[in-house]
Ligand binder design. Structure first.
Ligand code: SF4
Length: 386
């Protein structure tokens, strides 16, 4: 039963009051996620970051790695980030990590660079624990144009909580975002009571068990709520209780579920990206997947080791020469066939690949119908060799 001001939203979450601007855009799929560094001193026992990113100074915009070594300067780095934002038709970004304050110069450069490219209305929010928060860093973030700051206080580190107040000097929206950790009800209520007068919004996240070696949740006895999910049993129940606890406080609250992140935030962003990256011959499914006809080289079909092999320089050179020759042979019969330089194959429509499969075989190709994500990694959902 839903009590008082708490409402169920249309996107698998609950709220009381208004959503933060960052969340409003996020639930429309209009926010890209910028992972600015994996460095973080906070050491949360529930840290969800993958082993590949944790404590590594790496940058990702959505799923796209921004390889700093290959970039000549900061402008190139910002442009690489901007390209992915354009491909997703995003109207803002959320800067996460790691702790963005551990790389404050990079973070402010990116904020300034994106505001310059996309305008002041391009909305930027940022997540940070309190460990590195000080007046100077908050001032540079505010001057760079950060619109919304979301603190991630540790419920056990009370001595850091007063740092929240430092943010009030600036004209941005201030919130806290914390997971609802079963067994931490009392401490979480204390934090909410303390932070309430200093923030505009509270975001509660459903706690998730991470598939990494840093999270201690499993060994502490936390269990997933069902076999389909990484969400921790008991977290939603505590979050709902906290929502009700907060109803008489003058606070905007959003309870963000694990399902919202997958089924709404990611799914909508993927659908927007599909529109921008689809070839004229692709069909876009209702889920935003691309359905396409493909012709692979007989010695380079998807399977074990394929992802590694398509990155190897010698393989690429040989494959591209053979694909050009195959495309030349097929062009007379198949209009609009193109070489996919990323995945080293030819692409056409599903219909054409089905109709021309024998000609593709005669030209030395392996015809297939592929359904895949429109994301940078183009993860294949299904490959049907025909
Ligand atoms: S603050 Fe975030 S990145 Fe840092 S340890 Fe905690 S959950 Fe991980």
């Amino acid at each position: 039963m839903m009590a008082g001001k708490t409402q169920k939203t249309d996107f698998f979450s609950y709220k009381s009051g208004q959503l933060a601007k960052g969340c409003e855009l996020c639930v429309q799929g209009r926010k890209s996620v910028l992972f600015i560094t994996g460095i973080c001193q906070n050491g949360c026992y529930y840290c969800p970051i993958s082993d590949a990113k944790k404590n590594k100074d790496v940058i990702y915009i959505n799923e796209v790695p921004v390889e700093q070594d290959n970039l000549a300067n900061t402008e190139e780095m910002i442009e690489k980030i901007a390209q992915e934002i354009r491909l997703c038709s995003s109207m803002g970004i959320g800067i996460t990590g790691g702790d963005p304050l551990a790389r404050i110069g990079r973070t402010t450069d990116v904020i300034c660079g994106l505001k310059k490219r996309f305008g002041q209305e391009f909305h930027i929010h940022l997540y940070t624990p309190l460990v590195l928060v000080d007046e100077k860093k908050l001032s540079v973030l505010s001057s760079a144009g950060l619109d919304e700051i979301r603190f991630h206080p540790d419920v056990a580190e009370k001595k850091l909580w007063p740092r929240l107040k430092l943010a009030k000097k600036h004209s941005w929206d201030i919130g806290i975002e914390i997971p609802a950790i079963p067994g931490k009800e009392k401490e979480t209520k204390e934090l909410i009571d303390y932070a309430g007068p200093h923030i505009k919004f509270l975001n509660l996240n459903e706690l998730e068990l991470a598939d990494n070696s840093f999270s201690k949740l499993s060994e502490m006895g936390f269990k997933p709520k069902d076999s389909q999910s990484y969400a921790a049993a008991g977290s939603m129940e505590l979050a709902m209780e906290l929502l009700i606890y907060c109803e008489n406080k003058d606070l905007n609250i959003h309870l963000c579920t694990a399902k919202l992140k997958d089924a709404v935030q990611m799914a909508k962003r993927i659908r927007l990206r599909a529109r921008n990256v689809a070839l004229p011959t692709d069909r876009i499914t209702a889920d935003g997947m691309l359905v396409r006809g493909a012709a692979y080289l007989s010695w380079l079909v998807p399977g074990k080791g394929y992802r590694q092999r398509i990155k190897d320089e010698k393989t690429r050179e040989k494959a591209l020469a053979e694909l050009d020759a195959m495309a030349e042979k097929l062009k007379a019969r198949i209009s609009g066939i193109v070489v996919d330089e990323d995945k080293l194959r030819l692409l056409t429509s599903k219909k054409t690949a089905e109709a021309m499969k024998n000609r593709i075989k005669d030209a030395g190709g392996v015809p297939a119908i592929v359904e895949e994500y429109p994301t940078y990694d183009g993860f294949e959902v299904e490959i049907d060799f025909i």
